[in-house]
Ligand binder design. Structure first.
Ligand code: PXG
Length: 290
């Protein structure tokens, strides 16, 4: 595998960062996960916009222009001969001393990994995932705003550990007030009486790119979509549940906290949106030649 690191394509074995990099010492940095399908990078502009916004929020300057970063991503895809890829773009505060102070880190580290990823087992897309609510609450907006896609993912990792300990692959996370926020690495949707519902950004949800794609798809299918406050009670009594994420795409949930959702089968709205999503990723996106 070839990695793009600080402006150069290097072999995986040579793609190394310092133990003094604040990305490692403190999780001081931001990242994006992007997909390409059949030589098209899906929602590239949206991902890069979020990347620059995350960096701005933590006062981290990205040395590359948008155009240069786009070129670097395509260069990485070419170097690895990938038509279908999961792309990870990461920038950290860079090398500093053992103190927290980011001012002492003069040059940010930036790297791009392009690889393959299969998030959930294939068969779960046909039969649905088992989800559990975990005790760890999602970070408060006032503490560490989840809108910032930072390298500080311990909140989500704790949730993932709790889900794994309960034998589930994904964790449902609530906020301090007990409202449904999202999962450890995916957004959540439910269907009730033909209406699509997803938690609002204001409860501390990451504004997922896939979440927005699903909202747009619903609109084009004339499916009503709302963003109300949701509780676990609402989810337990829903007709359908599914999760969205760049890596996961759209994955059905057929059980939550031991309750089967409706009849425990993947519902018609989920199926229709999954199909619509599949069509979209093959039509849209920034094309590149290998
Ligand atoms: N919520 C959170 C907290 C995320 O981290 C999403 C929602 C979905 O957003 P997009 O824009 O991808 O539709 C994410 C993205 C992992 C992993 O291994 C997950 C993400 C990123 C990197 C790794 O679970 N999630």
């Amino acid at each position: 595998m070839k990695i793009w690191l600080n402006g150069k394509i290097v072999p995986e074995e040579e793609a190394k960062v310092s133990v003094f990099d604040h990305g490692l010492l403190y999780g001081d940095g931001v990242f994006e996960g992007i997909r390409s399908y059949n030589s098209r990078i899906f929602k590239l502009d949206e991902h890069l916009e979020r990347f620059y916004k995350s960096a701005r929020a933590i006062m981290l300057k990205i040395s590359l222009s948008l155009k240069e970063l786009e070129e670097a991503i395509i260069k990485t895809l070419r170097a690895n001969n990938l038509k279908d890829a999961y792309i990870r773009v990461v920038t950290t505060r860079g090398v500093g001393d053992l103190g927290l102070d980011p001012v002492k880190c003069p040059s940010p580290t930036i790297f791009i990994i392009a690889s393959k990823i299969q998030f959930y087992p294939r068969e779960l897309y046909g039969k649905g995932l088992r989800l559990v609510t975990v005790p760890t609450r999602r970070s408060d907006i006032e503490s560490l705003n989840p809108a910032i896609k930072s390298l500080n993912y311990l909140n989500n990792i704790l949730a993932k550990i709790e889900a794994t300990n309960s034998g589930a692959l994904e964790a449902l996370m609530l906020n301090r007030d007990g409202y449904v926020v999202e999962c450890s690495g995916d957004n959540i949707f439910m269907v009730k009486n033909g209406t699509l519902l997803t938690p609002p950004i204001s409860v501390g949800t990451l504004e997922g790119i896939t979440r927005n794609v699903v909202i747009d798809l619903a609109q084009s299918f004339k499916i009503n979509c709302l963003e109300p406050l949701l509780t676990r009670y609402d989810l337990y009594n829903s007709d359908e549940i599914f999760l969205t994420g760049t890596a996961a795409e759209i994955i059905p949930v057929t059980e939550l906290d031991g309750r089967s959702i409706k009849d425990g089968k993947v519902g018609p709205f989920t199926k229709r949106l999954m199909l619509g999503f599949k069509e979209l990723v093959n039509q849209e996106g920034k094309e590149y030649a290998l």
